[in-house]
Unconditional design. Structure first.
Length: 90
């Protein structure tokens, strides 16, 4: 189970509206990140998925916006954002 994992990969959708829903107060992105931390997973990797569906496709500003928002949240729950890899995928 998750409690024995050394690392978690948090998949975040980059699509407009999808990311915002996931990072919202009761969103799954927040819930899954908090759950991983609570269960003792020390290393986190964030996969920013659906980068091909951003406008324009593979938008660097959108990736940076998502990275900033997720970093802010994971820092609050106890992760060090500087030690978290953010990987654009599609």
């Amino acid at each position: 189970g998750t409690s024995q994992a050394d690392c978690a990969v948090l998949i975040v959708a980059a699509g407009t509206g999808e990311f915002e829903a996931g990072i919202s107060k009761n969103g799954q992105t927040r819930e899954h990140a908090l759950l991983a931390f609570t269960l003792g997973v020390k290393q986190l990797v964030v996969g920013v998925n659906k980068m091909d569906s951003t406008e324009p496709p593979f938008s660097e500003p959108r990736f940076e916006e998502i990275k900033k928002e997720v970093s802010s949240y994971i820092k609050k729950i106890g992760y060090n954002p500087a030690a978290v890899a953010f990987v654009p995928i599609s």
